[in-house]
Design a protein around this ligand. Structure first.
Ligand SMILES: [Zn+2]
Length: 249
């Protein structure tokens, strides 16, 4: 009986091994990305700034604050294209999603312009998604139409509500801004700490905001709506993230 059962066990083991070997070979050949996914891709929460209708109801600028600001504004508008900021930010956000989705877990805060999500809610949703980074896409406007260039905003270390997330946010902003500026060749208006942004103050995860350019500058407005230029922006963001998170190619 002992001999028989050990033979049976041996046969079962051989069957198990022979049936598993090809599966394993398949997995290592075809599925390094799905393996990476299983072992923890970084979660990037993409917030396309604004929405078709602003919401002027007020909300606290930070948790527990008595200072209030409108929930969400409708943003600026292109002087040459006539395009509202909320449309531009969604165009870029959707392209960014496509470029990132193989190597990151992407959370989109909106895929439509017809939404009503306040700035504090946007931050809260990225928190709840367990994001490694909340990435806010915006475009600038100014009465002086000669002003152009990209700005990179990050939460101030002086603000009590963002003290914890400020250092890592700045580190990511440094790496990402360098990559985006290299790819786009845009004029840099620098890295700017902010303590007055609701979307930063409610965030519990590292966060940064890219002002991709001035829609009130004719030349830059036209450029921001070009597919090729938008591709450069999203490629720059991808390269920056890959470099910061050391995503292997
Ligand atoms: Zn904006």
């Amino acid at each position: 009986m002992r001999v028989k059962s050990s033979v049976i066990i041996l046969v079962i083991m051989i069957l198990l091994i022979s049936s598993h070997v090809p599966i394993r070979a398949d997995a290592s050949a075809a599925g390094s990305k799905s393996l990476a996914r299983a072992t923890g891709q970084k979660v990037i929460c993409i917030d396309a700034g604004h929405q078709s209708k602003g919401n002027n109801a007020k909300e606290p600028i930070s948790p527990g604050s008595r200072t209030v600001k409108p929930k969400v504004s409708s943003g600026t508008q292109g002087v040459a294209t006539g395009k509202p900021e909320y449309k531009l930010t969604l165009e870029v956000a959707l392209k960014l999603e496509k470029v990132l989705q193989n190597d990151y877990k992407v959370v989109m805060l909106r895929r439509s312009n017809n939404v009503d999500i306040s700035n504090s809610e946007r931050a809260t949703r990225c928190n709840q998604a367990g994001a490694d980074l909340a990435l806010r896409l915006h475009a600038d406007g100014n009465d002086n139409r000669s002003i152009q260039g990209m700005s990179f905003l990050y939460p101030s270390a002086d603000s009590p509500s963002t003290k914890k997330i400020a250092p890592q946010s700045l580190e990511i902003t440094k790496v990402l801004s360098k990559a985006v500026l290299k790819e786009t060749q845009a004029t840099s208006r620098g890295l700017i700490p902010r303590s007055d942004l609701t979307g930063f103050n409610w965030s519990k995860v590292p966060v940064l905001l890219i002002e991709m350019g001035f829609m009130t500058n004719r030349e830059e407005d036209l450029k921001l709506s070009q597919a090729a230029y938008q591709d450069k922006i999203v490629l720059g963001i991808k390269k920056g993230l890959d470099s910061y998170y050391k995503v292997k190619k």
